[in-house]
Design a protein around this ligand. Structure first.
Ligand code: ARG
Length: 314
């Protein structure tokens, strides 16, 4: 517990250190008040900021690596079991880790994508082995704390889920979007009200939205691959899916599909978090510390670039 607190302090100091260029000491607790003082002087110290940012990032990484997980109910065994549903490119899909999403349907067995890379990186930083458990999305909340230690699966943080699980700090901003065949005339919420079949993945925020708009037309299936296949073969009029995932499916079939942004349908913005059991504050602190360090040292941005931005630019 004590060391985790130190990690949190070290993490929150990273920004202050980045700006002032102070060298880190090993005693984080003692540093925290100094950091506050230093932070007020930060504005003037711009010339050294770049080098110091690297240094602060390294400090945060090191702090995370030193995290003592012996007090963690779920991670003290040295293994972090991660639940996900691998029909959600580019966050998790069965493939070779490239942005060639044809792999989604072609038969590979390896879950890959942004979330997989994210949890592997967290595992490395915390010194735990990562094991992936691929399962239906609608079973994931119940699996946390039993079949899996955490879930990293593009899961939107919301109040309903917070009743059952803790979420890490948000790691990705999202919205739902509407995937359509190119010739579709659907363009507004009113059009969705008149649709006869709206495909969604069971248990998702997209399902909630579809049911709110047109419950009778909502068709919930276990996988996004299925919902999109049903769109392509004419069974669905539309699929409500997270924007980045919609773009990934679109990139597979740019001649047949189009994607309309959620703003056009007044959908709210969402944020993804890593979900975990409520009874492990040590794990929560450790995972947030690792996330923060990854953001500070550029690892997070390079993963976004590699897995998410790559195909969006095409
Ligand atoms: N963001 C949406 C939600 O939390 C969809 C997530 C679906 N994830 C998946 N791996 N299939 O409900």
């Amino acid at each position: 517990m004590k060391k985790v607190l130190a990690v949190l302090l070290a993490g929150s100091m990273a920004a202050a250190l980045a700006a002032c260029g102070s060298t880190k000491s090993t005693d984080s607790a003692a540093q925290s008040s100094a950091a506050n003082t230093i932070a007020t002087e930060a504005a003037g110290a711009s010339t050294e900021a770049d080098g110091a940012a690297t240094e602060a990032a390294a400090a945060a990484t090191e702090a995370a690596a030193q995290t003592d997980l012996s007090g963690s109910k779920y991670l003290s065994d040295g293994v972090m079991t991660v639940a996900l549903n691998s029909t959600f490119p580019p966050f998790e899909y069965l493939g070779d880790g490239s942005d060639d999403f044809s792999a989604i349907t072609s038969n590979p067995t390896q879950a890959t994508g942004f979330d997989v890379a994210l949890v592997n990186e967290i595992g490395t930083r915390l010194g735990v082995k990562v094991e992936i458990e691929d399962m239906d999305f609608d079973g994931i909340i119940a699996a946390i704390g039993t079949k899996a230690d955490v879930a990293a699966t593009g899961m939107t943080i919301n109040d309903e889920r917070k009743k059952s699980v803790n979420f890490s700090d948000p790691y990705y901003d999202a919205t739902q979007a509407v995937l359509l065949t190119k010739d579709s005339s659907i363009a507004t919420e009113d059009d969705l009200k008149k649709a006869s079949s709206i495909g969604v993945q069971q248990g998702t925020t997209g399902e909630n939205i579809a049911r709110g708009i047109n419950d009778a037309a909502t068709v919930s299936v276990k996988s996004f691959n299925q919902a999109v296949a049903d769109l392509m073969n004419g069974k669905n009029d539309a699929v409500i899916v997270d924007q980045s995932t919609g773009e990934a499916f679109l990139s597979q079939n740019p001649d047949k599909l189009k994607l309309l942004p959620g703003s056009q349908f007044k959908f709210d913005t969402e944020q993804y978090g890593i979900a975990m059991p409520k009874d492990d504050e040590v794990m929560l602190g450790a995972i947030n510390g690792a996330l923060e360090a990854m953001k500070a040292d550029g690892t997070y941005d390079s993963l976004v670039e590699k897995y998410i931005n790559n195909y969006e630019a095409q």
